[in-house]
Design a protein around this ligand. Structure first.
Ligand code: GLN
Length: 301
């Protein structure tokens, strides 16, 4: 398969979708991003890398960070699963409604409540954002990856909903560290800026069943399978059913407009285009992944 030519074709096919939707504006710094951007990269399990469009332009990874923090937390053991579930929520990513009925245990690690718990769990082993940054730099081979201070400050200044989620869980004793500390680490983790190539390279261990680019193992076979399973069922929030239907791959979106998807045994794909649909998923990004699995036949189904 000529993946470079395929990516060129996908970029042409989705051109009408680029710029559709609206950029996230509840974090003011994200509202300033130019919506007509599109990039896509594929990192194969053997190390080959392909890209098209703005695939070398850094953007805010936002909730894509949640895949990596979950994997890093699981690399220390299964403890996190006593504090967070793995059922799709069917609700928006920042929803509070299910927490009260479920005793402060978030539905899954990819909605904000669940990701705050994962960050709290990872923080047990050192600052979660710094741990994540180190991992992403090592996996991608790009030592320049960093936290976008402007996005972090902007998000920290508009974090009332996440603060409410964290305090609510604390009232059920499902926060170990002080809420301001967890929130600070969570905001910095979401504010990391990366390009499509670096995200795809950093995620390819999930296509390699847990084995990192240097050949060492981050996760066992079953933990890697589980991260992919939770991505499939919960990675795009209340659109996870539609995403599985259209794309048929584990995928995780972020409100910066990125989506990372895994083809087990083959590759990791990262696509970026800032225009979001009503559920917070990139319009052109979903369309591009839809074309990718249609043209390659590489869905997990
Ligand atoms: N940092 C964002 C938030 O907490 C992440 C949301 C997202 O990407 N879906 O609201």
């Amino acid at each position: 398969m000529d993946l470079a030519a395929l990516l060129d074709r996908i970029a042409d096919d989705v051109a009408p979708e680029i710029g559709r939707g609206s950029v996230a504006d509840y974090i003011p710094a994200l509202a300033r991003v130019e919506p007509r951007r599109f990039g896509m990269a594929v990192a194969e399990v053997d190390g080959r890398l392909h890209g098209v469009g703005d695939w070398r332009t850094p953007f805010s990874i936002q909730s894509m960070s949640k895949v990596f923090t979950l994997a890093l937390a699981l690399s220390h053991g299964d403890g996190v699963w006593t504090r967070v579930g793995r059922e799709p929520s069917g609700n928006p990513f920042n929803s509070l409604v299910q927490l009260e009925n479920e005793d402060g245990i978030p539905r899954n690690p990819f909605i904000n409540a669940g990701a705050l718990v994962v960050t709290d769990e990872l923080a047990h082993h050192g600052d979660a954002a710094e741990t994540l940054l180190r991992f992403l730099r090592e996996e991608s081979g790009n030592a320049d990856i960093g936290i976008d201070a402007e996005v972090a400050a902007s998000e920290a200044g508009h974090a009332d909903r996440n603060r409410a989620l964290a305090y609510f869980m604390a009232s059920y004793r499902n926060m170990r560290r002080p809420v301001p500390d967890v929130l600070d680490q969570y905001v910095r983790q979401c504010s990391i800026a990366m390009n499509c190539a670096d995200v795809a390279r950093s995620a390819v261990f999930l296509a390699r069943h847990g084995v990192r680019n240097d050949g060492t193992r981050l996760l066992g076979l079953s933990a890697a399978k589980r991260v992919n399973a939770v991505m499939l069922t919960c990675g795009t929030y209340d659109a996870a059913g539609e995403f599985a239907y259209r794309v048929g791959l584990p995928g995780k979106s972020g409100v910066g407009g990125g989506i990372v998807a895994i083809v087990p045994g083959r590759c990791a794909v990262c696509v970026w285009s800032p225009g979001l649909d009503a559920r917070g998923n990139s319009v052109a990004g979903v369309a591009a992944l839809d074309r990718f699995t249609t043209l390659t036949g590489w869905s997990i189904f």
